[in-house]
Design a protein around this ligand. Structure first.
Ligand SMILES: Cc1cc2nc3c(=O)[nH]c(=O)nc-3n(C[C@H](O)[C@H](O)[C@H](O)COP(=O)(O)OP(=O)(O)OC[C@H]3O[C@@H](n4cnc5c(N)ncnc54)[C@H](O)[C@@H]3O)c2cc1C
Length: 388
């Protein structure tokens, strides 16, 4: 029987009435684009001028979208999710580091997430962004193929070393690690580093996962090419498929700098390639391990169906579903209840440093972007169901 994402009792089983009401409040506030815009500006100002807004943020946005401020706080969140067989992927959400000391400390923190996952039954993956351990501008320069100064060469050597250290620890502890994809104009070094790590560690199963942003024109071909390359070299391709998170930024930059927009012309094209990517991975599951990161109900249903059509068991280790903490619980909890492998990114970190992440979630959930109305309708229906 197909999974039913409308089973709200399962979807919200982890939320008591109070938590559900709070989620309702936050999502109804985010529904207003004007409020999100004003709220974002005011919060930035308040944080800058030291006004005591942290408490309010912690009790609202932060509580909904983050697992805590520290790994230990997230462990409690993860234990709650484990009751419903939903795994947690610790995601250190501090962004915009610029110093070598900052990159070292982020690297050490990511390694702590790997160690924690190694000890925990309900943390099936670790994840990180290369911009957490290396400078954005340096990655952009390498992407463009520009000559590096000797200081930059040395700095990039340290980035390679940090990525190698994280993946080395993951290999030692047997924790699969997802390397996030970011802006297309810094992706080349991220891709090269990821491929090198996959080649080193993906023997017999994927330990390192490459992220394919299917909103890019050539990404389906890229997926097929990397599969061919992995097969030729005798390693398993770790494929994390997502649609892609930086569309507006990508479009604006390509417009400003007069180059061809790297993003597909429309949503249907992205949807088509995302779903074709799922199909390709499941068809080639002997050589590809798939992690599908999406809140799209049709794509998640499609993947569940592909698993059945190809005669795989629902909990086949080679296929996992992923969502973000605080979003699309109707998908995560219903899939997990049906026995599929499901894990949610659980962002964490100091509140102030998590704000860019929270602002993105808030913007993504306005009525303009369409997510909040679905979430809100489900929450309202569940509140009504509980009252009846
Ligand atoms: C577990 C997980 C991990 C993730 N990791 C990453 C990551 O490493 N890197 C990353 O970039 N993103 C990542 N994301 C975010 C992801 O890329 C999407 O932005 C987000 O999930 C929304 O897409 P969707 O599949 O959930 O659903 P939908 O709501 O169906 O799709 C929205 C997406 O469709 C695409 N789209 C929308 N309009 C258009 C249009 N007009 N033309 C072309 N395409 C369009 C955009 O990618 C948009 O984000 C992750 C998401 C999850 C759930």
């Amino acid at each position: 029987m197909p999974v039913d994402f409308n089973n709200l009792e399962i979807a919200f089983a982890a939320k008591n009435d109070k938590a559900l009401k709070k989620t309702h409040f936050v999502f109804s506030t985010m529904k207003s684009n004007a409020l999100v815009k004003a709220g974002t500006t005011l919060t930035k100002l308040a944080l800058k001028s030291g006004l005591p807004v942290k408490g309010i943020i912690k009790r609202t946005l932060f509580d909904i979208f983050c697992g805590g401020e520290t790994i230990d706080e997230c462990v409690r969140t993860a234990a709650q999710m484990q009751k419903f067989k939903v795994g947690a992927i610790l995601d250190y959400s501090v962004e915009g580091e610029k110093t070598e000391a900052g990159f070292d400390s982020t690297c050490a923190e990511i390694i702590r997430t790997v160690e924690r996952a190694g000890k925990s039954e309900n943390m099936p993956f670790a994840a990180f962004k290369v911009t957490g351990v290396g400078a954005f501008d340096l990655l952009a320069k390498i992407h463009e193929g520009k000559a590096l100064s000797s200081d930059e060469e040395a700095a990039y050597g340290r980035v390679e070393e940090r990525v190698a250290r994280i993946c080395g620890k993951a290999a030692e502890l047997g924790v699969p690690v997802l390397i996030d994809a970011e802006e297309t104009w810094i992706q080349k070094p991220i891709d090269d580093l990821t491929i090198a790590m996959m080649e080193k560690y993906n023997k017999g199963r994927a330990l390192v996962y490459y992220t394919f942003q299917m909103y890019c024109h050539r990404m389906l071909e890229n997926l097929k090419e990397l599969h061919a390359m992995a097969s030729e070299k005798g390693y398993v391709l770790g494929a994390k498929l997502v649609r892609g998170a930086y569309m507006e930024k990508e479009r604006a930059r390509s417009f400003d700098l007069h180059y061809a927009d790297p993003i597909q012309p429309d949503k249907q094209s992205t949807d088509r390639d995302f779903d074709a990517g799922l199909e390709f991975c499941v068809e080639n599951v002997k050589e590809v391990n798939l992690f599908a990161g999406s809140h799209n109900e049709d794509s998640n249903l499609k993947l569940a169906k592909l698993i059945g059509d190809h005669g795989l068991s629902v909990d086949d280790k080679r296929v996992s579903f992923g969502q973000l903490f605080g979003m699309s619980d109707n998908i995560s909890y219903n899939l997990a209840n049906a026995g599929y492998n499901v894990a949610k990114y659980v962002p964490y970190g100091p509140i102030k440093a998590s704000m860019p992440y929270l602002f993105r979630r808030a913007e993504e959930n306005t009525s303009v972007k369409g997510q909040s109305s679905r979430e809100l309708t489900l929450i309202e229906r569940e509140i009504a169901r509980r009252k009846s």
